[in-house]
Design a protein around this ligand. Structure first.
Ligand code: NAP
Ligand code: MG
Length: 487
C-alpha cells in the first residue's frame, strides 16, 4: 500500500497546458479493484471545466501554434510523446494495473507499448496527409485539401484506458485537431499522466486537454457543447446511441466503437492445440473485459467433446491472482458492479440450460478484490441471453455447429459485428468464411491481434467509423474542394 501511494498523487484536470482543480473544487476517488482500496482523489470535471477546455482547444486550433506549425514539427512532437510513453512504461503500466485490476504483464508489456506505437505510427502521418488535384474542367485548376475538423471530443472506456488514449488522440492530433479527452470515471490515472507527458513532449497548451469526471456530467457536456466538432467514442452501445442522438442537435460528427459478442469458430480440421490456446486467450485476456473478446466459441460437433474437455482444463488452471505479480494472467474485474453483472450472467446461463464446466464463482485474492474465475458455459444455444448479450467478463459460451453453413449462420446471428476468429487448416475455407462473417476484424488461426496500422471497428450494432490505420485519418479530417478559374 505504501509502495502504491509512492507512485500516485492526486489527479488534476489538464486544461490549456496546466494541471488544475475543477471549477467546483469537487473530487472523486479512484479505486483499486484488486484490493478494494482507494488509490487517490481526482479532480472531477463539470460543465464549466468542459467549457474552459473547449475554449482552450478552440483557441489553440484557430490561432495557436498547433495550427501554424509545420507538419514535420507536429510529427516530431507526437513521436517524442511515443518515446516518453515507452520511457515511462513501468510507471504507466503500474498505474493502469492499480486503477483497472488488469495483470501488470498486460499493462506493462502490451498496453503501454501499444499506446506508444499509436503515437509513433500516427506521427508519421502528420507529414503525409494530402489532397488531390482533380482535373475536372479545362477552365479550372481544381484540387482538394484534407483539413482537420477542429476540436475533437474523445470519450473512452475503462477497459483499455491508455490504449484508448493512443487510438483516439494520436490520429486526431496528427491530423492537426485539438482534443478534449474524457477518460472513464473508473480509470482516469493513465490518461492524466499521458496528458502530462504530452506537455513534456512539447505539445502546446490547449492542444490536448484531459477531463476526468462522470460521463453523465462531463461527457454529456462535451456532447452538447457547440464548440466541439466531433465526438469519437468507445464504449457501450447504449451510451453510443445516446451520444448520436444528443450530438444531432449541434450536428456533431461521431465515430462509435461499441460492444461485441464475437464468434470464435473452431473447425474440426484445425490445429486443435493452437485453437484451445486461442479460444482461452480470446476470452480470458483482459479478464474478458474486451470489446472484441471471442465470447462465443463455436465448435464443430465432431470435435466438440474433446475440445471442451481441454478448454475446461485450461480454464481451471488460469487462476485469478495479484495483478501486480508479473506471473499473473487473470486479474480483478474493474468494479464490484461489473463483477455482480458478470456473476449474474453465469446464473442466467445455467438457468437457461447451459452447463457450467469451469469456474463460475468469485474468487478473492488475499481475501479481497473483484476477481472472477475463468468460466466456461457449455451446451449454450445461440438464442440464449448468454449468447446474445455482451457479458464483458471472463465467461465463455460454447455453442456447437454442424458444418460451414451452420457456423456462418450462427456466427452472424448477433446484433453485433465487431470481430471473429476462424480456426482451420483449410486455406479455401479460411478465406471463404472470413468473407462471409459480418465483422470488422477477422482473425484466422489467431485471436486478439492489433496494430496501430490496421483499421479496427464494427459492423452492425458494434458501431461505425474506424480506429487505427490509414482509415482512421478520414475520421479526423474533412475535404475541401477548391476551384481556381484559369480563363
Ligand atoms: P460506457 O458506460 O458506455 O462508458 C464509456 C464512456 O462514456 C465513459 O467515459 C463514460 O463515462 C462515458 N459516458 C457515460 N455516459 C455518458 C453520456 N451520457 N454522455 C457522454 N459520455 C458518457 O462503457 P464502459 O462500461 O466504460 O465500457 C465498456 C463498453 O465499451 C463495452 O460495451 C465494450 O464492448 C465497449 N468497448 C468497445 C470497444 C471498441 O473498440 N468497439 C473497445 C473497448 C470497449 P463514465 O466512466 O463516467 O461512465
Ligand atoms: Mg480504479
Amino acid at each position: 500500500m505504501t509502495d502504491m501511494l509512492a507512485t500516485t498523487r492526486p489527479g488534476k484536470l489538464i486544461i490549456n497546458g496546466e494541471a488544475v482543480d475543477a471549477a467546483t473544487g469537487r473530487t472523486f476517488r479512484t479505486m483499486n479493484p484488486a484490493t478494494e482500496e482507494a488509490i487517490c482523489e481526482v479532480a472531477e470535471a463539470g460543465p464549466e471545466d468542459v467549457d474552459r477546455a473547449v475554449k482552450a482547444a478552440r483557441a489553440a486550433f484557430d490561432g495557436g501554434p498547433w495550427a501554424r506549425m509545420r507538419p514535420a514539427e507536429r510529427q516530431r512532437i507526437l513521436f517524442r510523446l511515443g518515446d516518453l510513453i515507452l520511457e515511462h512504461a513501468d510507471e504507466l503500466g503500474r498505474l493502469e494495473t492499480l486503477d483497472n485490476g488488469k495483470p501488470i504483464f498486460e499493462s506493462r508489456q502490451i498496453d503501454a507499448p501499444m499506446a506508444a506505437n499509436c503515437f509513433h505510427y500516427f506521427a508519421g502521418w502528420a507529414t503525409k496527409l494530402a489532397g488531390e488535384t482533380l482535373p475536372v474542367q479545362p477552365a479550372f485548376f481544381t484540387y482538394t485539401l484534407r483539413e482537420p475538423l477542429g476540436v475533437v471530443g474523445a470519450i473512452i472506456p475503462w477497459n483499455f484506458p491508455m490504449i484508448m488514449v493512443g487510438w483516439k488522440c494520436a490520429p486526431a492530433l496528427a491530423a492537426g485537431n485539438c482534443v478534449v479527452l474524457k477518460p472513464a470515471e473508473l480509470t482516469p490515472l493513465t490518461a492524466i499522466r499521458i496528458g502530462e507527458l504530452a506537455l513534456e513532449a512539447g505539445l502546446p497548451p490547449g492542444v490536448l486537454n484531459v477531463l476526468p469526471g462522470k460521463g453523465s456530467v462531463a461527457g454529456e457536456a462535451m456532447v452538447r457543447h457547440p464548440g466541439v466538432d466531433k465526438i469519437t467514442f468507445t464504449g457501450s452501445t447504449e451510451v453510443g446511441k445516446h451520444i448520436m442522438k444528443t450530438g444531432a442537435d449541434t450536428v456533431k460528427k461521431v465515430t462509435l466503437e461499441l460492444g461485441g459478442k464475437s464468434p470464435n469458430i473452431v473447425f474440426a480440421d484445425a490445429d486443435l492445440e493452437a485453437a484451445v490456446r486461442g479460444a482461452t486467450t480470446g476470452i480470458f485476456y483482459g479478464k474478458g473485459e474486451v470489446c472484441a473478446a471471442g465470447s462465443r466459441l463455436l465448435v464443430e460437433s465432431s470435435v466438440h467433446d474433446e475440445f471442451v474437455a481441454k478448454l475446461a482444463e485450461r480454464a481451471k488452471r488460469l487462476v485469478p491472482a495479484d495483478p501486480l505479480d508479473p506471473k499473473t494472467r487473470l486479474g480483478a474485474l474493474v468494479s464490484a458492479a461489473q463483477m455482480e453483472k458478470v456473476l449474474g450472467y453465469v446464473d442466467t446461463g445455467v438457468s437457461e440450460g447451459a452447463k457450467l464446466v469451469a469456474g463460475g464463482k468469485r474468487q478473492p485474492v488475499g481475501g479481497k478484490g473483484y476477481f472472477v474465475q475463468a468460466t466456461v458455459l457449455d451446451q449454450v444455444d445461440n438464442r440464449m441471453r448468454v449468447a446474445q448479450e455482451e457479458i464483458f467478463g471472463p465467461v465463455l459460451a460454447v455453442i456447437r455447429f454442424e458444418d460451414v453453413e451452420d457456423a456462418v449462420r450462427k456466427g452472424n446471428d448477433s446484433p453485433y459485428g465487431l470481430a471473429a476468429g476462424v480456426w482451420t487448416r483449410d486455406v479455401n475455407k479460411a478465406h471463404a468464411v472470413a468473407r462471409r462473417l459480418q465483422a470488422g476484424t477477422v482473425w484466422v488461426n489467431a485471436y486478439n491481434f492489433y496494430d496501430a496500422g490496421m483499421p479496427f471497428g464494427g459492423y452492425k450494432a458494434s458501431g461505425f467509423g474506424r480506429d487505427l490505420g490509414p482509415e482512421s485519418l478520414r475520421e479526423y479530417t474533412q475535404v475541401k474542394s477548391v476551384w481556381i478559374s484559369i480563363e
